[in-house]
Write a protein that binds this ligand. Sequence first.
Ligand code: ATR
Length: 471
Amino acid sequence: MAEKAQIGVTGLAVMGRNLARNLARHGHVVAVHNRTPHRTRELVEEYGHEGTFLPAQSAEEFVASLERPRRIVIMVQAGPATDAVIDELTPLLNPGDLIVDGGNAHFADTRRREEALRKRWLHFVGAGISGGEEGALHGPAIMPGGAPEAYESLGPLLEGIAAQVDGEPCCTHVGPDGAGHFVKMVHNGIEYADMQLIAEAYDLLRRADGLAPAEIGAVFRGWNDGRLGSYLIEITAEVLGHVDAATGEPFVDVVQDRAGQKGTGRWTVQSALDLGVPVTGIAEAVFARSLSGDAELRAAAAGLPGPLGTGRRASGSLVADVEQALYASKIVAYAQGFHQMQAASAEYGWKIDPGAMARIWRGGCIIRARFLDRIRAAYAGAPELPSLLVDDYFLEAVRGAQESWRRVVATAAELGIPVPGFASALAYYDGLRAPRLPAALIQAQRDFFGAHTYRRVDRDGSFHVAWGGDR
Ligand code: ATR
């Protein structure tokens, strides 16, 4: 009898090819398939020596080459392509077989697909995979959702190819149906916030402190050895030290200042609006990218009055203050993202373990960072923690940072340097801790114009004032 594969990968563009290679390098026999067969051929020709691949020309051949229950990973574009592949495969499968979608699907699509396949006795696992092409090859962070039985069959395989930190895999069962893709979406949203905050720190050091990109790169390299240590800080240091070969200018100066986006940040904010969870850090990051990309509007507004930074500040360097502001704002962004995961978990009955998410994000993925160990510890001690900000460690960190944080936001405002991430994080923090919010006035206004009623601080019940008599 011909050898059968333990797992199959269909969709052999960059991510799919590297994931298939990662599986093969770990000793698994991997069936490989792609809509257009040249990618399959190229994979086997170039990387066949890395392990055992069973190339298939057709979906039928692909499915027939897999041991049962079959495990198939789909790595194609999110959206209609994913549905097309699922529709092609499902008639060929048997009850108990398992399809994994390793793309960046919207969690609502994953919920729909999981339900449809469950009715056909098939397992559908929406798995978030983070780490880009390098991660897919050398060990990504993997966030699989779906039924627990599906994870029993799939878990050991995925945990084996995931990044490992302190002997623990960066992969765990996240929760039922769309939970895995939801968590991946929030991961990306946090990534947007993280990148925005880092960009603001750079902008301040450049425009308020007068430091050159390479000098700021050196500052970031120093920060990377401390509590801010993370992949994004590390690559930022490298980018800022990079010189454009063609012009000899700092590389960052030859790049157009318009940030692109593929949509997962926007999805995170859309979901947060539905859940009623303020994720201001992520939202500001998405909007900052949109603002940067609106060239026409920016050109029209370019003459608006106001300061544009000062060059070198007279009163000493901002570096230490900006480090504090960055750390505090980062804590807020993560607190908001974790709040969103907890709210979605309650809404959809997912039972997501927030500490486990911090654990699996410590390696492989783009937001891997030293301080995720702190988040993990916070939830280990108190799984129902209402906010990371009330955990002892983070509370103390923000207490220590806040004077600097306020100074940085005030300085930025005075100098006309936009810091939507730092400023909104501070506003969120101050909003949370305020003994009394002006929401009382808003309720009164609502009662005035719409008879929406109000609640009193001293009595139960709903009340209404007959504003203006019988106007
Ligand atoms: P990556 O980001 O990894 O480069 P992607 O753009 O997300 O990849 O997905 C591209 C993959 O989706 C390719 O394998 C593509 O197949 P082709 O090589 O034949 O173009 C696959 N793909 C896209 N639409 C598809 C469809 N309708 N059916 C099957 N596969 C499809």
